[in-house]
Design a binder for this molecule. Sequence first.
Ligand code: NAP
Length: 243
Amino acid sequence: MKKTVIVTGGGRGIGAATSRLLGKEGYAVCVNYRSDKISAEAVVADIQAEGGTAFACQGDVSDENEVMALFDAAEQVLGPVTHLVNNAGILFEQTLLAEMSLARFNQVLLTNVTSCFLCCREFVQRISQAGAIVNVSSAAARTGAPFEYVDYAASKGAMDSLTKGLSLEVASKGIRVNTVRPGFIHTDMHADGGEPGRVARLSPQIPMQRGGEPEEVAEAIVWLLSEKASYVTGSSVDLAGGK
Ligand code: NAP
C-alpha cells in the first residue's frame, strides 16, 4: 500500500526530523510550512537525496481554506493522503496568565488547536482506507506550564482531548489517532519564547539530566504511524526524559 503523509510545520525542528525519517521509511512526504520555505525545501532535498519522494507546500494550517488547499495539493502531487502528523505549533514569550493578552491567547489556540481540528477533519473526510494520525502535544499538557505559557499548555491539553475523542469516533474505520508529548527538546521554539538556552537551564531538573533531540521524538511519531503500532489508538507517548 502506498503511504502518503502530510507533516504540518515539517520544515523545522521536530517536524523536519519526522519528515526525514518518514521519507526514509518509504512514505511520500508533503512537507508543509508557513513561512520558512528555505528550510522546508532543504528537508525535501534531503529526502530526495536518499531516494525518497517529497514536496514542500506552503499553507497556514490555522486557516480553513489553506488547509483544504494543502490537502488538494498533496493529493494532486502525491496521491491520496493516508497519514497525518499535526506538528505545527507556536508559543510566545514567557509571561504570567494575569498579564496575557486575549489576542495572544486566541492566536495560540488558533495555531495549535484549531489547525489540528481542521487537518484532522479534512483527513477523515477524505480518507477511504485505513490510516493514522499523530498529534504533537506536549508535556506542558500535564504540567500546565505555570509562569511561562499557560496558554500553550491549555492548547496542548485540548489537543489531547481532541485526540481521544476522534480516536474513538474513527476506531472502527481502521483509522488510529494518537499523540506524542515531548518534554524539553532542542529546537528553535524556545527562542520564540524569549529564552534560546531554556533547555540547558532546565536540564538539571530532568531525571535523565538532558534535553531531547528532535530525532528522538520523530522515532515515536513514526512508530505510532506505522503498522507496528497497529493496536494503539487514543494513546499518548511521553518523550520527556522521565519528567
Ligand atoms: P519549531 O522548531 O519552532 O517549528 C515550528 C514549526 O511549526 C515550523 O516549521 C513552523 O513553520 C510551523 N508552523 C507554525 N505555525 C504554523 C502555521 N500556522 N501553519 C503551518 N506551519 C506552522 O518548533 P518545534 O519545537 O519543532 O515544535 C514542533 C511541535 O512540537 C509543536 O507543536 C510544539 O508545540 C511541539 N513541542 C515542542 C517541544 C520542544 O521542546 N521543542 C516540546 C513539546 C512539544 P515555519 O518555519 O514555516 O514558520
